[in-house]
Design a protein around this ligand. Sequence first.
Ligand SMILES: [Zn+2]
Length: 265
Amino acid sequence: MQKVTSFFILSGLLILGACSPPEPDLLSGKIIDLSYAYDDTTIFWPTAKEFELEVVHAGMTDAGYYYAANNFCTAEHGGTHIDAPIHFSENGKTVDAIPVDRLIGKGVVIDVSEKCTENRDYRAQVEDFTAWEEEHGGQLNDVIILLRTGFGKYWPDREQYMGTDERGEQAVPKLHFPGLHPEAAKWLAENRSVKAIGLDTPSIDYGQSRLFESHVTLFEHNIPAFENIANLDQLPEKDFTVIALPMKIKGGSGGPLRIVAVVKE
Ligand SMILES: [Zn+2]
């Protein structure tokens, strides 16, 4: 009886909604944490200041209650973080100015992990995105794209993950990890409406990039990037919601990012 009643209510809603089906509940399902914790093993760019935690207090106070508090210091770009458009685009948005609705939305995974296993300098091509569209039907519009290179499995081994565990300027030419090809960045920015794009490597441009052209193209179009995303191997290729809320640093070029996916069950 209850089912019959639900059927009539649903039918009524469909008619009221001019025959468009009701939006499925984007927030119901299994939650998967896509952020790494910050500690002294967190991977940063070889030239960046790493995460530091200073314990202010941890223990009982003289008054008899327990109290814990720390100070922390970190580069904006390290660990699981967001690149705000201003990072490579003078007139791009700062992290606090990115509209929150850009950071919450339907997610898709583009899996290029096999190609990246064969070639750690692989850059995702336009064909990798059109192949997803052909397989799943529909265009990559109004979505948050997550690029699965498979390199997350190497975290936190710097040498495996980035190609070198050296630090400083001399380490930069030794970086080898996959990224997004600049032509694919341009194609996405000009032909699709992408809310944001992220991946499981330290940078949206591959390790050998010198001009960071994918950053430049995406950020000229105010499309933010998420870097060092965790647990991408636990996501399906579609039917999940991404919630990616960074620390709101006034004027920031990026910042630590807590990102989760809600996967339909
Ligand atoms: Zn960054």
